[in-house]
Design a protein around this ligand. Structure first.
Ligand SMILES: Nc1ncnc2c1ncn2[C@@H]1O[C@H](COP(=O)(O)OP(=O)(O)OP(=O)(O)O)[C@@H](O)[C@H]1O
Ligand SMILES: [Mg+2]
Length: 818
């Protein structure tokens, strides 16, 4: 029979450059420069084949080689990493730990492995990966550069380029964009095989040469896709349409019927299967791309032994499935899809129902529940589908996996529209969906869900919580656009809800804290923040309490109370201790470094900003990376380290571009302007400050943050130096207005007063300059910033002597003159 010609798996043809890239990556990893390679291309193009080639090379060179696969339909948290690190990391770790924790554990496990011998890890079919796995992958890419490990992922571009839900891209899509920007990946894109490659493939498949006509036909049909090419040959052989004479394969008759679509090709092969095999594969196609023989056996009412025999035959003689240890999968997704589609809908749905019943008897897991929900959906079991989808959706949301939560919750909402019986489920899904929308910054949509909840929810206990969430949507920086009226109204409603609990009271006090901060009422914010911490303590939520403590430190800092800011940060740090949550550690360090800067402890502050930068770079938080460069510029200007200041300002500029943050871009331009001033480059100072102001002037004026004030200050200073005194002074006055009483603005207010004082001094206005420096001095004093205070003391002393006519203006000290 023809198929014997296809017995052995063909060796790889073509792909010379791609193989070289893989070899280069491997050899770098062996030498201790780890990295990530991503192989992409359409289905059947040869991604897996490429990884098989890599596996061969890895084993040949004594590397440790492991594969982790992702599966379609319902995602499973960290599935590929679980497979790769089986035996190294306990399965519970993946189900119970935070993503931050898992990241480190995976990295450490890989690192331990790589200590013995270079480790090569393949992550197959990342287009099906759960979002947490993508986060881990990104984290690895950033942090394995110095290790003897190579991570290679495969994915299909067409499967990640659509929106999963409104405003929600595939997690790999977003991650890829930033990995490219960070130059973290080597990419290998597989395109179609060349004509020569296809010819070689045919020669190898058939064990002889092929006639030109055959090659042309196969080229036309297979479009250089190896899988289609192989399918096509399978089909021709199976229909006896090829004959071999003297080692050359040509068409057997004149009338050649090469099927015109891949689907037809596959279907013809399916039609030729023995009846039992076909039945078995049909049932299997309903379970999924890969399945457990045990489940299929009970579905078919067959003895597992008999079933395995059929499956092995389907593998050996028909190349339809691959029988692996424990699991069986279809040789290709096309096969599963075509077989599935070949059945009538009624029959498929019947099988779905049966599969759901069998899976329900298995030990519970998130992945399984997700599959059960889908089987119930197909079989029309609305009630069960709602229950499973809801529990799966809520669990994903709990893990902050929005990407996975949304489709499940959406399904619940679709199925329960206008349905009284499922009111409880609908309410839960509405709140969950609202939470998803809010975390995607879709406040309008979130509000819509919460409002429907309130319309349907009546006097439910959860009302206080949902009302508070509505209030948050209406906060001045979100939909409130500067007004807190709606926000306050909903908070008041929330507060009078019956049976409100301590946690919710804490959240409400937290929102009120924000509102007061935005209006610059620090004492009130201080008070409310303390209250919300107490509530979280009563509720036993340490993580929320610690978060609130950080916020409180920020309030103290804005009030200029450094000792209390430090004390509060220490408390927060003690609470975080132990858990490996980089974001929380970053927050504490960020505030700590600001405190040091406020206190004029420049050298220590530089070290602290370094650690912020290091933490931020581990998780790719570009905004924080940029922010640390901006503050390093401030500190260096203060320390009179001109060259360092310039270096950091440039880094800030680069990082701001990468971060896409308008706020950071503006701050980076501003520090560039200050550095230029420092170098007496007035033209550049004007240009940069102009650019910064163009952006900053469009920021909403609701919240006083440093950006507007500092930008105006830089622009004022540049103008004054350019001789446009009146305009410049007016800008300075404006700047002071923006910085007085703003969040985190106090140190900038002090420095702006110094810059203004210096400008006034240059203008010969010693009296007003003295006012500025005196005010700045008292702020430095409050902050405990001794160097600032001393410098201002010296200038104010000189200015007094000028006013009294003892010395000339020229002889006076000048804070920023070189
Ligand atoms: N360069 C090649 N030479 C010989 N055979 C190849 C080549 N590339 C792919 N094949 C064969 O083509 C078939 C499909 O390849 P493979 O499974 O690697 O595709 P894939 O890109 O991983 O597809 P999917 O996205 O569906 O996983 C396999 O049988 C494989 O052995
Ligand atoms: Mg593949």
């Amino acid at each position: 029979m023809g198929e014997t010609a296809l017995g052995a798996r063909p060796v790889m043809v073509g792909r010379v450059k791609e193989k070289e890239a893989i070899q280069a990556g491997l050899s770098k990893a062996i030498r201790g420069h780890g990295g990530l390679i991503l192989i992409s291309g359409e289905a059947g193009i040869g991604k897996t084949k490429m990884t098989e080639e890599l596996g061969r090379l890895a084993v040949l060179t004594g590397c440790d080689f492991a594969i982790g696969r992702c599966l379609p339909s319902s995602p499973c948290p960290y599935l590929p990493f679980r497979e790769v690190l089986r035996g190294q990391i306990a399965d519970e770790t993946f189900t119970t730990s935070s993503t931050g924790d898992v990241m480190f554990q995976v990295k450490d496990a890989l690192c331990r492995r790589a200590q013995e011998r270079p480790a090569v890890v393949v992550l197959e079919d990342l287009h099906w990966a759960d979002s947490a796995s993508i986060q881990v992958l990104h984290f690895l890419a950033r942090n394995i550069g110095g290790q003897r490990s190579l991570v290679v992922g495969t994915y299909r571009p067409e499967d990640i380029s659509f929106e999963v839900a409104e405003g929600l891209q595939h997690p790999l899509f977003d991650s890829l964009r930033s990995m490219r920007r960070e130059s973290l990946i080597t990419e290998i894109q597989l395109g179609e095989l060349s004509e020569g490659d296809v010819e070689e493939l045919l020669n190898k498949l058939l064990g002889g040469r092929v006639h030109r006509k055959v090659l042309e036909e196969v080229l036309r049909e297979g479009e250089g896709n190896p899988l289609f090419t192989i399918e096509c040959v399978h089909n021709l052989l199976a229909h006896g349409q090829l004959t071999s004479e003297k080692g050359v394969w040509s068409f057997a008759g004149d009338l050649v019927t090469v099927p015109s679509t891949v689907k037809d090709v596959v279907m013809r092969r399916v039609e030729r299967l023995p009846k039992t095999t076909r039945r078995v594969l049909e049932a299997a196609s309903v379970i999924g791309l890969s399945f457990e023989p045990k489940v299929l056996a009970s579905l078919m009412n067959m003895r597992p032994m008999d079933l395995l025999e059929v499956l092995e035959e389907a593998d050996r003689s028909h190349a339809m499935v691959k029988v692996g240890d424990g699991k069986v999968s279809f040789a290709h997704e096309n096969l599963q899809r075509v077989i599935y589609d070949s059945m009538s809908e009624v029959r498929r749905n019947e099988i779905h129902r049966e599969v759901a019943r069998i899976l329900e008897a298995e030990p519970k897991s998130l992945r399984l529940d997700g599959e059960i929900a889908l089987h119930h959906q197909h079989s029309g079991e609305r009630d069960k589908c709602v229950r499973y989808s809801l529990s799966v959706g809520m669990e994903w949301l709990d893990r902050k996996a929005i990407f996975e939560a949304v489709p499940n919750l959406r399904r619940v909402l679709e199925l329960t529209e206008g349905d009284e019986e499922h009111l409880v489920e609908r309410l839960q899904a509405l709140e969950g969906m609202g939470d998803c929308q809010v975390s995607l910054a879709n406040y309008k949509e979130g509000l819509r869900d919460y409002e429907e909840f309130m319309r349907l929810g009546g006097e439910d206990v959860r009302c206080a919580r949902v009302l508070r969430k509505i209030a948050e949507c209406w906060s001045p920086t979100r939909l409130g656009k500067g007004s807190s009226v709606n926000c306050l109204r909903y908070l008041e409603e929330a507060e009078v809800c019956p049976r409100i609990n301590a946690f919710e009271e804490g959240e409400i006090a937290g929102v009120r804290t924000n509102l007061n901060l935005w209006t610059g009422n620090f004492p009130k914010a201080d008070q409310l923040c303390t209250r919300s911490e107490e509530c979280f303590r009563r509720a036993g939520d340490r993580s929320r309490e610690a978060q609130q403590l950080c916020y409180h430190a920020w309030i103290h800092l804005s009030q200029g109370d450094m000792p209390r800011a430090l004390e509060t940060l220490e408390k927060a740090r003690a609470m975080y201790a132990g858990g490996k949550d980089i974001e929380q550690e970053l927050e504490v360090n960020r505030l700590l470094s600001e405190v040091l800067y406020h206190q004029g402890r420049g050298r220590e502050a530089l070290l602290a900003f370094d650690s912020v930068h290091h933490l931020a770079s581990q998780i790719g938080d570009r905004v924080s990376m940029c922010w640390s460069h901006i503050f390093r510029t401030f500190v260096n200007l203060d320390l009179r380290e001109g060259a360092e200041a310039l270096k950091n300002a440039k880094l800030a500029l680069d990082e701001a571009m990468e971060s896409d943050s308008a706020y950071m871009g503006c701050m980076a331009d501003t520090v560039m302007a200050l550095v230029a001033l420092n170098r007496d480059d007035i033209r550049s100072a004007l240009e940069f400050s102009e650019k910064a102001w163009k952006v900053a002037s469009n920021f909403p004026g609701t919240v006083k943050t440093p950006v507007k004030g500092v930008t105006l200050m830089a622009r004022g200073a540049a103008m004054c130096r350019d001789g446009r005194i009146e305009e410049g002074n007016a800008l300075f006055e404006d700047a002071l207005g923006w910085l007085d009483g703003g969040m985190g603005c106090v140190i900038h207010l002090a420095y702006s007063l110094c810059y203004y004082g210096e400008a006034l001094q240059r203008q010969g206005n010693a009296e007003r300059a003295l006012d500025c420096y005196t005010r700045a001095r008292s702020i430095f004093k409050v902050l405990g910033n001794a160097p600032g205070e001393e410098r201002c003391a010296k200038v104010t002393g000189d200015l007094r002597r000028i006013i009294e006519g003892e010395i000339s203006l020229r002889e006076a000290s000048n804070l920023y003159a070189k």
